[in-house]
Design a protein around this ligand. Structure first.
Ligand code: HEC
Ligand code: HEC
Length: 287
């Protein structure tokens, strides 16, 4: 009993040490509790192991920073620059005006395949504090940035099995060394791209164009060099692989009152197949 206890303590200490090592103190923080909240929000975004409460909301093997690289503090797709400045804002997906806290909670349900935390929970508030701190001094209610040109729309219209095969070839060549031949990644080092521990079919990256744009700007890690066609073919390959379905009701806390979930869309089910259909594609024609 006693040695079990000591082992648990030793493991907890190791976890805390590695989480702390992953998140050096941020420079220029406000002093006192606000600075601590920003630092804690950053630590959780970098690594869900930084907070035991956060872990209870996470349903896969990802961290926020696996997609919001460097905690969103860069120029890559998925960054958090002008994010806090743009909320509250209208979200088509929820057909509602949502807050930054709502938006964070939605990534828990979808990208993290987990449970929606309360928007006034310590976990969400501290993450919002970090994301708002990144925009310190910027205006509020900032207009959305001009929509960038979307080269992927035309590629989607013309997409076929040859593109999935080309994507599979590129994957083997440029991605599998880190993410593994089966997309399962390597625990603690490389996140899973598909399968039960990755983002679900309701996530932003389950949209082929969004994934293509994200991959082009972020991968291969440290050496993003793909052209648009390659990024598209890779995204098409990855998003035709199996991943968890998204059934909205399963990601809302039991007994949540309708007025406590800020969305007009109350029923949603997404699968790999339905997602592709929404984008004008057919899984059976692609595989
Ligand atoms: C699998 C990748 C992935 C993971 C993991 C992920 N996100 Fe996201 N997140 C996205 C994508 C993609 C978007 C943009 C979606 C879109 O364009 O509709 C997004 C959008 C957001 C936004 C809105 C950004 C803006 O400027 O409007 C916030 C805030 C956010 N995520 C927070 C989080 C937090 C906090 C976590 C961890 C709890 C997290 N995300 C985990 C992919 C991810
Ligand atoms: C050198 C290793 C490496 C290579 C090669 C690499 N990745 Fe990654 N990838 C990573 C790491 C590490 C992360 C997490 C980033 C972070 O936490 O900062 C990641 C994150 C991702 C994510 C978001 C998280 C997730 O699991 O969904 C996607 C999507 C992705 N990579 C796709 C690709 C694709 C497609 C390729 C091939 C073009 C590729 N990667 C090549 C290391 C790599």
């Amino acid at each position: 009993m006693r040695s079990f206890h000591l082992l648990a303590l030793a493991l907890a200490a190791t976890g805390a040490a590695s989480a702390a090592a992953a998140t050096a103190p941020l420079a220029g923080l406000p002093t006192g509790p606000l600075g601590q909240a920003v630092q804690h929000g950053h630590a959780m975004i970098m690594n869900p192991d930084a907070d035991p409460d956060m872990k209870t909301y996470v349903g896969n093997a990802l961290s926020c920073a696996n997609c919001h690289t460097e905690g969103g503090d860069n120029d890559h797709p998925g960054n958090f620059r002008f994010t806090a400045s743009r909320y509250p804002s209208y979200s088509k997906r929820e057909n509602a005006v949502i807050t930054l806290e709502d938006r964070i909670a939605n990534c828990f349900m979808r990208s993290m395949n987990g449970m929606r935390p309360e928007t006034d929970s310590r976990v969400v508030v501290d993450m919002a504090a970090y994301i708002a701190w990144l925009d310190r001094g910027k205006p509020i209610m900032a207009p959305p940035p001009p929509a960038p040109p979307d080269p992927y729309k035309a590629m989607l219209h013309a997409a076929g099995r040859a593109d999935v095969l080309a994507g599979a070839g590129l994957y083997k060549e440029r991605c599998a060394a880190c993410h593994g031949a089966t997309g399962a990644g390597v625990a603690g080092s490389f996140p899973p791209l598909w399968g039960p521990d990755s983002y679900n079919a309701g996530a932003g990256l389950a949209n082929v164009s969004k994934l293509a744009r994200w991959v082009k700007g972020n991968m291969p890690l440290g050496n993003a060099h793909l052209d648009e066609k390659q990024a598209f073919q890779l995204a098409l390959f990855v998003d035709t692989q199996a991943r968890p379905d998204f059934v909205l009701s399963q990601h809302l806390p039991a007994g949540i009152r309708p007025q406590d979930y800020n969305a007009q869309v109350r029923s949603e089910t997404d699968t790999v197949q339905s997602n592709l259909r929404k984008q004008g594609l057919s899984l059976s024609a692609l595989r």
